[in-house]
Design a binder for this molecule. Sequence first.
Ligand code: NAD
Length: 274
Amino acid sequence: MAYGLLNNKRGIIFGALDESSIAWKVAERCFEEGAKFTLTNAPIAMRMGAINRLAEKCQTEVIGADATSTDDLEKLIDQSTEVLNGKLDFILHSIGMSPNVRKSRPYTELSYEFFLKTLDISAISFHKVLQIAYKKDAITEWGSVVGLTYIAAQRTFPSYSDMAEAKATLESIARSFGYHYGKHKKVRVNTISQSPTWTTAGSGVKGFDTFFKYADVLSPLGNASAESCANYCVFLFSDLSRMITMQNLYHDGGFSSVGVSEEIMKMLGMQENE
Ligand SMILES: NC(=O)c1ccc[n+]([C@@H]2O[C@H](COP(=O)([O-])OP(=O)(O)OC[C@H]3O[C@@H](n4cnc5c(N)ncnc54)[C@H](O)[C@@H]3O)[C@@H](O)[C@H]2O)c1
C-alpha cells in the first residue's frame, strides 16, 4: 500500500451535499491519504443524489442520518464500525443550517422555534455525536473529532444571525467534551474556524458575496479554500497532531488577527492621509 497520512484510519464524514461542500473535499483528501470512512447526510439531502457519486469515488457507502436524531446517530455509528470493521479514528462534523437565515428573518425578529432548530442542527448535534460515540466506546485512543465553525462566534457579522450563537455553542462543546473525552480515552476534539467559502450553506447567508470579498482583501494570505481546509482536516485526523485538543483553530489566511489591511484603507479613500 502506498504511504498515506491516514493509512489504516477509519472515520465518518458528515455533511457532503455536493461538490462545493467542504466535507466533499475532505472526503476526497482523506481517501487519497489512505483512510476508510462512511459518508452521511440527512435523508432529505441524500435524495439529491450527488453524495452517491462521492461514495463511488471513495469506494464507500452512504448511511443516512438526521444529525438531530439520537436514534439515527446510534445506528450510524453501529453500522459504520461494522462496515469499516473496527473502531473509528476520526469524525468530521460539517453541518450547519438556520431556518431563520433561510427565511430571511431579521436578527431582531427571530422565530424561537427556528432558533431552537438552528441550535439543534448546527451545535447540539455535535454533542449528540460525541456522547453516543463515548457511550459506545466507538473511537480509538488518540482519535480525532473535528467540527467546522466560523468567526461569527467571536465577532458580529450581522447577517450571520442566530448561526453565531450556534457556532459559539459548537466551539464550547468542543472544549467541554474535549476535556472529558481526553481524560477518558485520549480522544481529541477541535473546531476549525474556516474562511468564507462558496458552498450551499455559505452562500445562503445574505450579503455573502461582499463578506467573502472583504475577508479576502483583509487576510494577508487571502481566504482559505475548501481544498486547503481539507488538508488541515487530514492533519488533524493524523498522528501528526496528537497533542492538539480543545482548540478553536483559525484557518483563515490570517483574517482573525488583522485590524485593517492597506487594500481596505485604499478602498475607503484614506491613502491621502499617509
Ligand atoms: N461556507 C462557509 O463560508 C463556511 C465558513 C465557515 C464554516 N462553515 C461551516 O462548514 C460546515 C459545512 O458547510 P458547507 O459550507 O460545506 O455547506 P454545505 O451546505 O455543503 O454543508 C452543510 C451540510 O449540513 C447538512 N445538514 C443540514 N441539516 C442536517 C441535519 N439535520 N442532519 C445532517 N446533516 C444536515 C446539509 O445536508 C449539508 O450537507 C458548516 O458547519 C458551516 O457552518 C462554512
